[in-house]
Design a protein. Structure first.
Length: 394
């Protein structure tokens, strides 16, 4: 059943039972995946007429059809399709050759390690003489063992003669083996198909084998197709590079056009940016001036307040020291009257302390009022300077 289906596919192509409505589709059946592209362009290495079914090569499972080949030759894109199919076919051909090279290496290794090559068969006359020499040596040893003990000299003579005979046999065997190896025809391997043969007769016989013809045809096909495929690949690569270069150039030109259009609009945008940036810069400068004036005024007020507080504290300390010294001086001459006027002095001291407290409170209030007036003046001066900075900017 499968063979009949394969024969129908080869004759009528794939999809033979489907009604073709489009004539173009009917003429392009060879593009189907089930059709062997190597066979379409002239050679499939796994075809039964070449390597299919021989050694370890399987038969090609795709359709080998002559009508499909005719369709390819009549197609309008026959040249480009042929180049593409040649590229695919070249991969299959090179795979078959690589497997053949592996088989050649295995055969050469087998020949190097073959025992029959190291010990080839000897001629019949040589084997008879070797066996005779071995029998004679064994008979001499047996005779020596049967002799009595009083015949020691005769026994030793027989043993030495038997050993010499065995030694002579080994030398004779080695010499005859060398002659046999030299006379033996060497086994060689064909560098085309990997078939091992012996001698000129074997070489002449293997040249008539179908597998040798198949590999010779495949190798010739590779030598024919490979230059075309390499040239086609090089041409396609050049076309791709040219297309890519053209595309990049178009993108570059578009980018240059965009940049050129943007350059024409730039002056107006620059003027707008300048106009907008001027008031912003002026506002920044005014705010900086205000902040500087405020910070300077605050620092000045703080320094003035600190200096004034220090001077007032010093003056108060000095005045209190003087008043105490004066009190001490007045107290010394009036020691005798201390007892009588103790009550009057205590009252006077209380009165003077109250007067001093009121004086210090008045001084503190005056100092606070002076500080407030000075801070108002400095704040006003800072505001005026800020207004003066803003006027020219506006």
């Amino acid at each position: 059943m499968n063979k009949a289906r394969a024969m129908l596919d080869a004759l009528m192509g794939p999809g033979r039972d489907v009604l073709d409505k489009d004539k173009n589709a009917a003429n392009e059946k060879f593009k189907d995946k089930s059709v062997c592209k190597g066979y379409l362009i002239g050679m499939c290495p796994l075809d039964p007429s070449l390597l299919g079914g021989k050694r370890s090569y399987p038969m090609c499972e795709k359709i080998h059809s002559e009508p499909m080949r005719d369709q390819l030759q009549k197609h309008k894109d026959c040249e480009s399709l042929t180049r593409e199919y040649e590229r695919l076919s070249l991969q299959d051909l090179e795979l078959a050759v690589r497997e053949c090279e592996g088989h050649i290496a295995e055969e050469k290794s087998r020949i190097r390690t073959d025992i029959r090559r190291k010990k080839p068969p000897l001629p019949l006359a040589v084997n008879d003489r070797l066996s005779k020499m071995k029998r004679e040596s064994s008979q001499m040893i047996q005779k020596a063992e049967e002799m009595d003990d009083d015949q020691i000299r005769e026994k030793e003579a027989l043993v030495t003669k038997a050993n010499e005979l065995l030694k002579e046999r080994e030398e004779y065997l080695e010499a005859e083996m060398k002659k046999a190896i030299e006379a033996l025809d060497p086994e060689e391997v064909c560098e085309i198909c990997g078939t091992a043969y012996v001698g000129k007769d074997g070489d002449a016989a293997h040249l008539k084998f179908r597998i040798h013809d198949a590999f010779k045809t495949i190798r010739d096909r590779i030598a024919e197709v490979k230059p075309r495929v390499e040239a086609w690949e090089k041409k396609r690569q050049e076309e791709r590079d040219a297309e890519l270069k053209k595309k990049r150039k178009e993108e570059w030109d578009k980018a240059q056009e965009k940049e050129g259009g943007g350059k024409g609009e730039k002056p107006e945008a620059d003027e707008k940016d300048r106009k907008e940036s001027r008031p912003r810069s002026e506002q920044k400068e005014g705010s900086r001036g205000k902040s500087r004036g405020k910070s300077k005024g605050k620092s000045r007020d703080r320094s003035r307040g600190k200096s004034r507080g220090k001077s007032r504290d010093k003056s108060r300390g000095k005045s209190r020291g003087k008043s105490r010294r004066a009190d001490d001086g007045s107290r010394e001459p009036s020691k005798s009257r201390a007892k009588s006027s103790a009550k009057d002095k205590s009252g006077a001291d209380r009165a003077s302390g109250a007067a001093e407290a009121t004086a210090t409170a008045a001084e503190a209030a005056a100092a606070a009022a002076a500080i407030e007036t000075e801070t108002e003046k400095t704040a006003g001066a800072g505001a005026r300077s800020a207004e003066g900075d803003e006027r020219p900017a506006s």
